[in-house]
Design a protein around this ligand. Structure first.
Ligand code: FES
Length: 95
């Protein structure tokens, strides 16, 4: 995913904005990312991804989401239609 791609599609919060929030605020829990323009407080699609980004931040890694913005957006469309995730992301890989 690129810096200007939206992680939270409901509130149009980009990966760059989430990265900046994590760097600036260093939130103790992922749910505090909601303070960044409401990220994660809409349909819920992005919540596992926000947890993933938060986990990467706590590990000293550059927060990132694998795959393209198109695939991400299509996954969210299916999620909204079916309520299920085709390829759930592991919020805390390698733990
Ligand atoms: S995509 Fe973030 S709450 Fe819907």
């Amino acid at each position: 995913m690129q810096r200007d791609d939206h992680v939270c599609l409901c509130f149009r919060v980009s990966l760059g904005k989430v990265r900046a929030y994590l760097a600036r605020e260093d939130p103790k829990v992922a749910s505090l990312i909601s303070e960044c323009l409401g990220a994660g407080t809409g349909c819920g699609w992005c919540v596992p991804y926000l947890k993933h980004l938060h986990h990467q931040h706590t590990q000293g890694q550059t927060p990132d989401i694998p795959g393209s913005a198109d695939d991400y957006e299509h996954g969210r469309t299916r999620f909204k239609a079916t309520g299920s995730r085709d390829h759930p992301i592991d919020p805390e890989p390698n733990t």
